[in-house]
Design a protein around this ligand. Structure first.
Ligand code: ARG
Ligand code: ZN
Length: 386
């Protein structure tokens, strides 16, 4: 039985993963658009009061309704056909799904325990390996590093299901799986994800307590060793983009980093799935320097964005993180890139801000298909390399 969610805090100000800031305020989501750099700085530090005149828009007057809608339909039979992938699922259901998938495809799929969360929940990655060819390339995909970005775990589930269903059916998928293994971690931040279902829908960080404060949680995507805790991250444990006490201080980031370190010979592509704002991001986000293979990476995300526009008539922005968003150090993509995984990406899935993190279930299918197209484009390009 799913407990009804407690009301999220009446007043939360959050640095949003894109261009806007928003506030969840008595059942509505408000967005605030800063007009000057000074206002950006004020918003980054703001806690409860606003002393400047800012443009405030009511984005979602019915946010409470939308939150309820997202939690519906979860108790039905998890095997009830393909609609399973077009709903959001509780953490417990996702663990069941991981188990079931590994059991249903014993010769193709293995669940690998890569570590555990602060609250001791297991971090399982699924390894999809369709044959035993030597020296196969591999791709890593993690979802759910940020708790409230529900479309992200939904994509990982959809993606695994899609690959398994279309192997030997669709030529491209067959070709990709014949030549490449996949490691898919559906929920990198299970404690945070759980918390968004039970306590606060807009939670972003993990759930580890911090010394000397009652504030909880580290932003796992500021906790990696890539210009760690410089401009674009915060040393304040109460901040949404808190970098943690030291790089890889968190069991979740450490688990992923350890796994990638020990598999860096085979893993040639790193991909982290976030939402929202529709972006295909390449390194770097932690510095304005260009990556050594920038043009190659840029060409890949450009091609992917062009394809999405052509097939789905939807716009994705693409480029280096520091150019198209803002400086955001300590991210997993930049860290993986510096480790030697030269095809490293972060995708920000739908939407561009209408629903934001509260993307309705009816949009899951579209969002996942777009991202799938981008993954296929990248996988095919990397496979062509010697
Ligand atoms: N919205 C993501 C974040 O703020 C962007 C991630 C891009 N990569 C990065 N290393 N910052 O975490
Ligand atoms: Zn995110």
């Amino acid at each position: 039985e799913q407990q009804p969610p407690q009301q999220p805090e009446t007043k939360t100000c959050t640095v949003f993963d894109g261009f806007f800031f928003y506030i969840y305020f008595s059942g509505q989501v408000l967005s605030i658009t800063p007009n000057t750099q000074e206002q950006v700085e004020i918003l980054k530090n703001v806690s409860t009061q606003f002393e400047v005149a800012l443009q405030v828009y009511v984005m979602l007057p019915n946010a409470d309704e939308i939150i309820k809608m997202q939690m519906r339909n979860d108790s039905g039979d998890p095997r009830s056909g393909s609609t399973f992938y077009y709903r959001y699922h509780t953490l417990e259901d996702i663990y069941d799904w991981i188990n079931r998938t590994a059991n249903d495809y014993p010769d193709k799929v293995k669940a690998i325990l890569v570590g555990s969360s602060y609250e001791k929940r297991p971090l399982y990655a699924l390894k999809l390996s369709l044959n035993n060819r030597p020296n196969k390339k591999a791709m890593w995909i993690d979802c759910g590093i940020h708790a409230r970005e529900w479309i992200s775990p939904a994509f990982c589930l959809f993606f695994v299901h899609y690959l398994l269903s279309f192997y030997n059916v669709n030529t491209e998928i067959t070709q990709i799986l014949d030549n490449m293994d996949f490691y898919v971690l559906p929920v990198m931040n299970p404690d945070g994800y759980k918390y968004t279902w039970t306590n606060s829908r807009m939670w972003r960080k993990n759930r580890s307590p911090q010394n000397g404060t009652s504030c909880i949680g580290v932003d796992l995507n500021r906790n990696f060793d890539a210009n760690w805790c410089t401009t674009g991250a915060s040393p304040d444990p109460c901040n949404e983009i808190y970098c943690g006490p030291f790089p890889e201080s968190e069991p979740e980031s450490q688990a992923v980093a350890n796994f990638l370190r020990s598999h860096k010979e085979s893993i040639q592509i790193y991909l982290s799935i976030h939402s929202y704002s529709q972006m295909l991001i390449i390194p770097f986000s932690c510095t304005t320097d260009e990556a050594e293979n920038h043009s190659e990476l840029y060409e890949m995300v450009k091609t992917a964005a062009d394809q999405i526009r052509r097939y789905y008539r939807n716009t994705y922005t693409y480029g280096a993180g520091a150019q198209i968003i803002y400086l955001a150090p300590g991210g997993s993509d930049d860290w993986a890139y510096n480790l030697g995984i030269k095809y490293s990406f972060t995708f920000e899935l739908q939407d561009r801000g209408r629903y934001g993190f509260l993307l309705p279930p009816s949009h899951i299918q579209g969002a996942c298909n777009e991202a799938l197209l981008a993954v296929k484009t990248i996988a095919m390009k990397v496979m062509e390399k010697p």
